[in-house]
Design a protein. Structure first.
Lengths: 167, 187
């Protein structure tokens, strides 16, 4: 149990540091990708901690590797859910659900009026350009090498799932 | 040995989950599968827990409980990361859909105006309304949409995302002018 608790402890410490670092991001002028390095530090912290476990705690169950994989799995799960919020994005689906929660039943027209073109599309195109997956040359959008690679991975995955279109 | 065996059980459970989801989508399509995903995960978790219980039969009850907890979090976290970070993206992410459309256009690329004709605000929002309706999260009564329930997995997910949006808002964010991406909606 000790190893699991230590893994959870370092995971929560990493979350706190990640949130604080993100809030200071504009002041520190640090990229979001670099901030994920906080979780690497957390893993190092876990590994260092388990090198010298408390001797007064006797446990027949030694799970150091499970602790490492647990930390990595929790980090991946956390990374997947925070990807959009850390970009400042609220998904249109979540916004629809919150709108219905706050204001009750809405018509299609009322729901449409809550969204701007920029919010639905502009932000996403801008994000594709900022991450350098796509370039815009005189109004023509083209995928970069990195964008093509990522796009082809998802197209292949869609083929495996038997889906022609998403979004 | 217990350590590695537990990791193998959790990893195997996760791969079974991935395979089951893939088969589910191929059989049913990707609309209205949220409930089925939850059922598959529950069945998988029960199966995985039973495996842990019997494989480690010579371990004390206390330690078995610890192993079950570890297995639950390991399998759960991996499955959640897969659904939210990978499985859901080709199905629901507009960003990924825009990217794949641009990739399919090849080396010539696609004119921004052509992309905007294909993906309009009404079509995008209608698609989401349809997805929420087929998932059972909302229901249409007459010409109005309303929530079917105030306590569902997606509601929980939405509130968590909202909390994270607030938590992750940088200091000095208000001082930054967020320039809008110019979208020419004129035909």
């Amino acid at each position: 149990m000790t190893f699991l608790l230590v893994s959870f402890f370092w995971f929560f410490v990493s979350i706190v540091l990640h949130v604080l670092a993100n809030k200071m991001r504009l002041v520190l002028s640090v990229s979001r990708k670099l901030l994920m390095g906080v979780f690497v530090l957390g893993l190092v912290g876990y590994i260092v901690t388990i090198q010298s476990p408390p001797t007064h705690i006797e446990s027949a169950l030694s799970l150091p590797l499970t602790g490492i994989f647990l930390y990595i799995a929790l980090t991946l799960a956390y990374g997947s859910i925070t990807a959009s919020p850390s970009l400042g994005d609220e998904s249109p689906t979540s916004k629809i659900v919150l709108l219905l929660f706050r204001k009750g039943p809405q018509t299609e027209k009322q729901i449409f009026s809550e969204f701007t073109h920029h919010e639905v599309l502009g932000k996403r195109i801008r994000n594709l350009l900022q991450t350098k997956w796509v370039t815009n040359n005189k109004g023509v959008l083209k995928a970069t090498k990195q964008g093509r690679l990522i796009g082809k991975i998802f197209l292949l995955y869609r083929n495996v799932l038997g889906i022609s279109e998403g979004g | 040995m217990i350590d590695k065996t537990l990791i193998l059980i959790s990893a195997f459970s996760f791969f079974i989950f991935v395979a089951a989801l893939t088969i589910l989508v191929r059989m049913r399509g990707h609309w209205g599968i949220l409930l089925w995903m939850q059922r598959i995960f529950l069945v998988l978790l029960v199966g995985s827990s039973v495996s842990v219980w019997y494989i480690f039969s010579d371990v004390s009850i206390d330690n078995k409980i610890i192993l079950l907890i570890a297995n639950f979090f390991l399998t759960g976290a991996l499955s959640f990361a897969y659904i939210d970070g990978f499985f859901g993206l080709p199905l629901t992410s507009l960003r990924i859909e825009l990217l794949t459309t641009i990739v399919r256009a090849g080396h010539h690329g696609i004119r921004e105006q052509d992309l905007l004709k294909r993906y309009t605000k009404p079509s995008i929002i209608r698609r989401r309304l349809f997805r929420l309706e087929t998932s059972g999260e909302i229901v249409r009564v007459g010409d109005r949409y309303m929530l079917r329930s105030f306590s569902s997995y997606f509601m929980l997910h939405t509130f968590v995302l909202l909390g994270l949006l607030v938590l992750y808002k940088p200091f000095h964010d208000k001082k930054i002018h967020h320039e809008e991406y110019p979208i020419n909606t004129k035909k």
